[in-house]
Design a protein around this ligand. Sequence first.
Ligand code: HEM
Length: 323
Amino acid sequence: MAPQKLAAVVVPVTLLALLGAVAGQIRLSVGYYKYRCPKAETIVREAVKSAIDSNRGTGAGLIRLFFHDCFVQGCDASVLLNTTGSSEPTERASAPNLSLRGFEVIDAAKAALEAACPGVVSCADIVAFAGRDATFFLSGNNAVDFDMPAGRYDGRVSLDSEALANLPPPFASLEKLKEMFAAKGLDTEDMVTLSGAHTVGRSRCSSFSDRLPPHVSDMNATLSGTLASQCNGGDTTVPQDSVTPDGLDSQYYRNVLNHEVLFASDAALLASNQTADMVSANAFTPGLWETKFKAAMVKMGRVGIKSSADGEIRDKCWMVKVN
Ligand code: HEM
C-alpha cells in the first residue's frame, strides 16, 4: 500500500482507538492474537477439549466461570485470584464461588500459552475463550460455534464481598434479576437468554432446597419428589436439566414452562408476560436460543473490561503480577 494511503488508514484507526479509550469503551477484536500469539485460541481450545473429554461437567463449570468473572469487577479474571496482597479474601472464597470448577483448565492453558508466547495472553481472555469453547463442545454437533472478541487485560482487585453483592442468588425474583443484569449493561432478553446456560451442569441441593417439600413451590411434584430423595436432606449435587443433562440445548426453556427447573430464579422467568413470551419463543423456535446465546455470551464478555491502563497480563492466573 502507498505510504499516503497507509497513513490515511492508520490515522483514523489510531484516532478511533484513542476516542474509544477516552469514552471508556475499550475495543475488543476477533482474532486479537492472530499476530501476537497465533496459536492462542487453538491452545485454549485443546485444553478445554481434553478436560471435557474426561468430564463433560468441567465444560459447564467453565461456562459458569466466565459468567462469575464478568459480573464481578468485569471480565478481568478477578475470579481466578487466590491472593492479591489485600487482607480481605478474594472472590474465590465467596459462597457462590465455592462450587466453581474448571480452574485447572485455565491454569493448564495459561502454562501452555506462556511457553508459546510469554506475557502476551491475558487470563481474562483465556476465561472468555474457554467459556466459548465449552459452549461449542457441549452443544449438539458442536453447533453453537462463534467468535469471541479478545483484548482484555487482567485486574488486580478481587474481593470476597463483591462476589456476593454482584452475583444473583438462586432465590432472586424477576425484578432482582433484571436489576442485577441491568447493572452490567445487560437487558432482560440477555438475562433470559443467558439463564439458558442452566441446560448443562449440576447444582448443590442447598441452592434449591427452599423449593423442596415441606416448602411450597411451583416445582412439578414428580421432580420435587425425585430431587427430595436424591438430596435426602444432604448437600449432594444433581443435574440442572433432568431431561437432557449433558447437552447444551434449548431444553431448559421447555423445563421452565413445565415447572421442572431447580431455582426460584429459573422459575421467575414466567413471572411476567414479557419474559414468559421469550421463554416460549426459545422453547419452540428451532435454533433461536442458540443464535441469541452466541450474541449474549459475546455481549457479556464486554462487561467492565480493562485495558493496559488499568490492567496487566498476569504470569500465573491465580496471582497478580509481582512488580
Ligand atoms: C440468572 C441468574 C443466575 C443465577 C441465580 C444462577 C445460579 C446458579 C446456581 C445457584 C448454580 C448451582 C451452584 C451450586 O449450587 O453448585 C448455578 C450453576 C450453573 N450456572 Fe448459573 N445462575 C445464573 C445465571 C447463569 C449464567 C448467566 C450462566 C452462564 C452464561 C450460568 C451458568 C451456570 C452453569 C453452567 C452452571 C452449572 C455449573 C457446574 O455444573 O459446575 N448461570 N447457577
